[in-house]
Design a binder for this molecule. Sequence first.
Ligand SMILES: NC(=O)c1ccc[n+]([C@@H]2O[C@H](COP(=O)([O-])OP(=O)(O)OC[C@H]3O[C@@H](n4cnc5c(N)ncnc54)[C@H](O)[C@@H]3O)[C@@H](O)[C@H]2O)c1
Length: 255
Amino acid sequence: MRFQDKTVIITGAAGGIGQTLVELFASEGACVMAADYQAQSLQDLGSKWQAKGYKVAIQVTDLAHKQDCEKLVLACVKVYGGIDILLNNAGIIPRGTILETTDEMWFSAMNVNLNAVFFLCRATIPYMQRAGAGAIVNTSSVWGTEPGPAHVAYCTSKGALACLTRNLAVDHAPDNIRINAVCPNEVNTPMIRTGFAKRGLDPDEGISQLNQSVPIGRIAEPQDIADVIAFLASDAARYMCGAVVPVTGAKPVYG
Ligand SMILES: NC(=O)c1ccc[n+]([C@@H]2O[C@H](COP(=O)([O-])OP(=O)(O)OC[C@H]3O[C@@H](n4cnc5c(N)ncnc54)[C@H](O)[C@@H]3O)[C@@H](O)[C@H]2O)c1
């Protein structure tokens, strides 16, 4: 029970990694504030989690809007009295080269993958300062540190997120707030499966081909990433600040 009575905000809670994070933290005693903009899914999941006896509150949140980000932090403080851990997990992946990237794709990627993290951290850190401790884990991507082809908005937003993580870590380590990031390569979630479907490929077939490209023999499952995020959020990672941790099964972006 590493997270007994710890208050945790989890964004993208209705997604592949997000649902796994909620289960993991709630099953280890956390009080979770789960946020997503898929209102119906979030409500259905919220009922499922509560039926299991987990302490999970939900807040429908569109991270593309600053007011929603700030409301999420206030809702967590109102329900639980503070915030110990912030998991900035939500993300979107507009696909395309610069010539294929519309203004809308660019600004959406920046709003959800980067600006929301800025707004959530800015609103959360004062509560952590007052409490004298806190942990934030951001989900970047290996494509943020080593950009892959034809995803210019995604890679740029995730690269900036890795940089933001290191900046905040330096500024807030003296407050005993540890800020780190994970950088997964491919993970078996709707994000990657819908990409195959959009290109007219069978998602299971796509995943089994991708599995062959990973030295460890398979792409990541959501649990593989959630376990690293939980470690970074836990006291076992007490000396880790500003780490941008690749979680890749040894698969490089190139080579
Ligand atoms: N799946 C991968 O291969 C992969 C690889 C590297 C990094 N990541 C990162 O992992 C994180 C989790 O992704 P996932 O694979 O679970 O994807 P997912 O698509 O299953 O989940 C993402 C969740 O974010 C939510 N979301 C999107 N836009 C939102 C908004 N405006 N407001 C609120 N919620 C919003 C979605 O509704 C969804 O529930 C993302 O940051 C993603 O970039 C994923």
